[in-house]
Design a protein around this ligand. Structure first.
Ligand code: SF4
Length: 484
């Protein structure tokens, strides 16, 4: 018997992590649980919280969803203290092991230190190799542990000094929350690839990947943590440091397209409104006569609303999603596996039959899901099926914390748009252009000399060195494979 992630989810890019950090709030861990629950879309395979109660650190980590693992009163009672950090994680198969579940914790010379990381370091393998040669003993297979080992090798300075020293050696993307005795720290890498926001809750403060985590606990949004900024939350308030040389911002544009929750504000922009603007721009760039605009739920909905409004074509819910399908599905036979697609989505014949349909989705990864959706819509009686995609073609892998298949598996890396349309089985296919995407984000277009976003999975223009790629680094940093 095979247990696989549902095939619909297999054909999506996946955000690998979300983080929360709270300082100076009663029952900080209980609020961290709520914040992580709001960030569950950023990682569904594991969750963890570390709190500090003035005397000791307390941790609970588990594989699975936040609600399944942090609902018990006993667990919350054990996570005592006014400060806590938490993490939700998605990982690729083989790495879903408890020792990788964050926040990671280390007993360093100055005391305990816990850290949670959203992003991915692109020189972790090279640093790991050097550290192991110098005697470091790694406990996990995550890139994040490199940071605590680099801190341990720094023999002097405060916890903040040592963290800065470590981060000055890493490359790649990181939005971090960290917990030490009497302080919570938040840091964004100098390019600001992944999000991190700061909020206020009573007399305390909260850091989170997205504002939806502030909303759920009634915290007020104060501001984004800026790219290259390190904030210290302690008993005297918020202290902001700028320890890295300034660099042009390169926020992940895919957060606006797909990863972030539509009710979040990221980088000063409503995700929902940005997606509607992208849909409208797509309608301007790639119009086609049709009777109905239908989103591929749920992530295609805001772009489809924007497309339909701009094209003046009725918007209908032509595909209904079953929200009660579990994250994994036990697939005993190939036949059942083949039927799997209908477990999660079904065509709504009433809004499709005898109509020319425009389907709007956010991306095409391998194309397997798109093909099945198109078959489903045709079986429901559509006269024509046109597909419009609210991202440019995904032609390159991400090395900054998004799980993307190898380039060879990306449909757009191997085929032009015409060939993709044939494979998926649509009458026409169009993607928003990279300039159109920048226009929808309020820019005149993409300036290739100084792009304002990371858009590497569409352009191959990676904003950092990819040190580990040159040395054939393995996907994980340990030889030990464990089961959970
Ligand atoms: S490569 Fe793509 S998904 Fe990864 S950070 Fe850049 S824009 Fe985002």
């Amino acid at each position: 018997m095979t247990i696989r992630t549902h095939p619909f989810d297999d054909d999506k890019l996946r955000e690998e992590c979300g983080v929360v950090g709270i300082y100076g709030v009663e029952q900080a861990a209980a609020r961290t649980v709520l914040g992580l629950h709001a960030l569950q879309h950023r990682g569904q395979e594991a969750a963890g919280i570390v709190s500090y109660d003035g005397r000791q650190f307390n941790a609970h980590r588990a594989l699975g969803h936040v609600a399944d693992n942090f609902s018990s009163e006993q667990i919350i009672a054990r996570l005592k203290g006014h400060s806590a950090i938490g993490h939700v994680r998605y990982s690729t198969t083989g790495e879903t092991i408890l020792r990788n579940v964050q926040p990671l914790f280390a007993d360093l010379e100055f005391g305990g230190f816990a850290i949670g990381h959203n992003g991915n370091l692109t020189n972790a393998h090279a640093l790991h190799r050097d550290l192991v040669r110098r005697g470091s003993l790694f406990q996990s297979t995550t890139d994040t542990e490199v940071i605590t080992h680099l801190m341990a090798t720094q023999l002097r300075g405060s916890v903040v000094d040592r963290l800065i020293h470590a981060l000055q050696q890493v490359e790649g993307a990181y939005s971090l929350v960290a917990l030490a005795q009497e302080m919570v720290i938040g840091v964004r890498d100098p390019l600001g690839v992944r999000p991190l926001v700061l909020g206020r809750l009573g007399d305390g403060y909260i850091l989170a990947s997205e504002t939806c985590a502030l909303d759920i606990i009634g915290a007020d949004f104060l501001r984004d943590v800026e790219p290259g900024e390190l904030v210290v939350l302690d008993s005297s308030g918020v202290h902001s440091l700028r320890p890295f040389p300034a660099q042009p911002r390169r926020f992940c544009v895919f957060e606006h397209i797909y990863f972030a929750r539509p009710d979040s504000i990221v980088e000063g922009s409503s995700v929902y409104e940005a997606r509607k603007r992208i849909g409208a721009e797509l309608a301007r760039e790639a119009p086609t006569p049709a009777d109905v605009v239908i989103p591929v739920p749920d992530s295609g909905v805001p772009a489809a609303i924007g497309y339909a409004a701009k094209a003046d074509i009725p918007f209908e819910l032509g595909i209904i999603r079953n929200h009660y399908v579990g994250r994994t599905f036990i697939e005993p036979t190939d036949h059942i596996r083949h039927l799997g697609v209908k477990l999660k989505h079904n065509a709504n014949r009433a809004s499709i039959e005898n109509r020319r349909v425009i389907l709007v989705d956010d991306s095409i990864v391998r194309g397997t899901t798109s093909k099945k959706i198109v078959e489903m819509v045709r079986s429901a009686g559509a006269n024509e099926v046109h597909m419009r995609i609210s991202s440019p073609p995904t032609t390159h892998s991400c090395f900054y914390g998004i799980d993307t298949p190898e380039r060879a598996e990306l449909l757009a890396a191997q085929n032009d748009v015409k060939a993709m349309a044939e494979i998926i089985g649509v009458d026409s296919l169009a993607f928003i252009s990279i300039d159109g995407l920048y226009r929808a984000m309020g820019r005149p277009g993409r300036d290739s000399n100084q792009p304002q976003f990371c858009d590497a999975c569409f352009t191959g223009d990676y904003p950092t060195r990819l040190t580990d790629q040159g040395v054939g680094a393995p996907a994980q940093l340990s030889l030990l494979a464990e089961t959970a």
